[in-house]
Design a protein around this ligand. Sequence first.
Ligand code: NDP
Ligand code: PHD
Length: 277
Amino acid sequence: MFSAGGSVSKELAPEAVKRGAIVVDNTSAFRMDENTPLVVPEVNEEDLHSHNGIIANPNCSTIQMVVALEPLRKKFGLEKIIVSTYQAVSGAGAAAVEELEQQTQAILNGEDYEPKILPVKSAKKHYQIAFNAIPQIDTFVDNGFTFEEMKMINETKKIMHMPELQVAATCVRLPVGTGHSESVYIEIGQGGVSAAEVKELLTDAPGIVLQDDPDQQLYPMPAFCVGKNDVFVGRIRKDLDYDKGFHMWVVSDNLLKGAAWNSVQIAESLVKTGIVK
Ligand SMILES: NC(=O)C1=CN([C@@H]2O[C@H](COP(=O)(O)OP(=O)(O)OC[C@H]3O[C@@H](n4cnc5c(N)ncnc54)[C@H](OP(=O)(O)O)[C@@H]3O)[C@@H](O)[C@H]2O)C=CC1
Ligand SMILES: N[C@@H](CC(=O)OP(=O)(O)O)C(=O)O
């Protein structure tokens, strides 16, 4: 299992395969390689059978979204996704967590603290994350989207085997330690479906915990998802204008289901399916 950054994986994962290992890679190095399966076991476990030594673990924001949407895709079809993320600093590594903590203390003490890590360590400019929201995760690409946004777009299509799926993403970093949140708008392939039907479908879906009761103010929040493996879904509403449109709020521990736990699940699936004996 590799999780030390893309450049380390690019150099060393093929070498491990050459020496007989099967690699589960948590980085973005091989995700869009056409010979490398990109797997979320609740969605496309069967893709493991086509592996060539490396199995890629998807982007954290992508994983929790596809887990939440797969039951809907299966039952009603899926035509469009528009997602806005509210991502925790731990997605940017231990140094970013430290930056948030030290910066918050410094600001509360009325002291100066020079930002050095976020939004991206290698970037020309760095911004305060404490008491702020930064609409940049990873670097920008030529079309105005960031890499994080393009990962959500491209990886979702690959995992769901839907190159035609319309996906747009806006990824934002918040001063939250761990737990990514997402506001997801979808258009399903079928009209006449109620929010109650969507909730019922998600109640027993694999990997999902439904937390949706406005009367009880029950909805997912990152502070309460930390340390849990599931994807938490709530605030499910039917769009007021478009019959096939639905809104939902999806939260998960980005270090567990978004990274480590999904990698472990892939390894367990390799054994369960008999690919590794
Ligand atoms: N699926 C996903 O969405 C996610 C993927 N990731 C991937 O995981 C990588 C690591 O993320 P994260 O743990 O948050 O980052 P951190 O910066 O917090 O930690 C990086 C770790 O990698 C270790 N490391 C670096 N180079 C090597 C090497 N050559 N051999 C062995 N260990 C090495 C470091 O060890 P030391 O401290 O000793 O230098 C450190 O423990 C990311 O770069 C990303 O590619 C991360 C988060 C989510
Ligand atoms: N980019 C994610 C974490 C990450 O490392 O993603 P990826 O594995 O796609 O580079 C975040 O900052 O929250």
